[in-house]
Write a protein that binds this ligand. Structure first.
Ligand code: ACO
Length: 329
């Protein structure tokens, strides 16, 4: 358990200007707005420009979160970037973010890869590190340039994802937005249901003069759907039980924004109206680790979260990883 006195002091997000609609996609692959919307709830997604790196998007979200928290880069002594699309295999994207923001060399900076559950993994990690008393203010960022790992000829995956970033500043609680709990899980037996087979050290290095095989994501969508529903439901129920709460105590659920049908099934199984869930995937698609902090920032700025509300975050992703967290605002 981490300290109970750590809170979310500010939130921020960033989405690239360029928008790719379902109609645009139907000119690239054999699909339609009707198919994508009815199967997923997605209408459009943001796509980063060539020079718009994961670290630049992460820094933009982080900067906004710092302003919201009333802090400066000098206050930050820990940066964790949750991403499965780092700028480079090394060094960590968090080091580029540190440089973009002008955070001091006294800050620890590292990346964390738990795919779409990455933000919750990073949040729990930062919470524990701050709870140890050895760090004071953390920037916890989920940022993804998913457009660079998609096979744009595969209609079963390229229609689902988008680019963007979301960030929170964690620090000593100011009496609000306290993290009450977090719980992380993984089922490595399903590691190859959703993965990028190439580009890592387990892929053979091509002979000189030949090209690297494409580093693109492959997924067994139907299997993932079933497991995701079970995992997210389990993660939600377990954290509620741990804190002697029922779903009815939750003012707002911020789920990983992968598919509206998945969210709908979870709402039904938790016996909550869909309106209790904050959903923005219609405009962003699945932005992986960015999805929860991006939705959280929108929910806060639109007044959807009120002082005293308890929010539940719940996510699943490649690994298969999953997890949940509770915050009282
Ligand atoms: N446009 C038109 N037709 C399509 C498309 C498309 N974009 N994609 C698939 N189809 C076709 C299929 O070929 C299939 O045709 P067939 O019946 O002739 O074979 C038909 O549509 C149905 O395909 P299914 O895969 O059964 O469709 P399903 O209803 O399961 O929806 C989907 C697919 C949306 C991918 C769903 O399974 C899903 O959302 N799964 C979860 C995936 C997910 O969330 N992944 C992200 C994980 S998070 C992370 O860590 C990255």
């Amino acid at each position: 358990m981490g300290s109970s006195t750590i809170g979310i002091l500010g939130t921020g997000s960033y989405a690239p200007e360029k928008i790719l609609t379902n109609a645009d996609l139907s000119a690239i692959v054999d699909t339609s707005d009707e198919w994508i919307f009815t199967r997923t709830g997605i209408r459009e997604r943001h796509i980063a420009g060539d020079n718009e790196t994961t670290s630049l998007m992460a820094a933009a979200a982080g900067r906004a979160a710092l302003v919201d928290a009333g802090l400066t880069p000098a206050d930050i002594d820990l940066i964790i970037v949750a991403t499965m699309t780092p700028d480079h295999p090394m060094p960590a994207t968090a080091c580029f973010v540190q440089n973009h923001l002008g955070v001091s060399s006294h800050a620890a900076c590292f990346d964390l890869n738990a795919a779409c559950s990455g933000f919750l993994y990073a949040l729990d990690t930062a919470w524990a590190m701050l709870g140890s008393g050895r760090y004071r203010h953390a920037l916890v960022i989920g940022a993804e340039k998913m457009s660079t790992v998609l096979d744009w000829t595969d209609r079963t995956t390229c229609v689902l994802f988008g680019d963007g970033a979301g960030a929170v500043v964690l620090g000593p609680s100011r009496g609000t937005a306290e993290i009450l709990g977090a719980k992380l899980y993984a089922e490595g037996t399903h590691a190859r249901l959703l993965w990028i087979p190439n580009g890592g050290s387990n892929a053979p290095v091509p002979a000189p003069g030949t090209h690297f095989p494409p580093r693109t994501l492959t997924m067994k969508g139907r299997e993932i759907f079933k497991i995701a529903v079970r995992e997210m439901e389990d993660a939600a129920r377990e954290i509620l039980e741990q804190h002697q709460m029922s779903a009815a105590n939750i003012a707002c659920v911020i789920p990983h924004q992968a598919n509206l049908r998945i969210i709908d099934v979870i709402a039904q199984s938790l016996e909550l109206p869909l309106e209790r869930f904050f959903v923005n995937l219609e405009r962003y698609g699945n932005t992986s680790a960015a999805s929860i902090p991006l939705a959280l920032d929108e929910a806060r700025r639109s007044g959807r979260i009120k002082p005293g509300d308890t929010t539940l975050f719940v996510a699943f992703g490649a690994g298969l990883t999953y997890g949940s967290a509770l915050v009282r605002w």
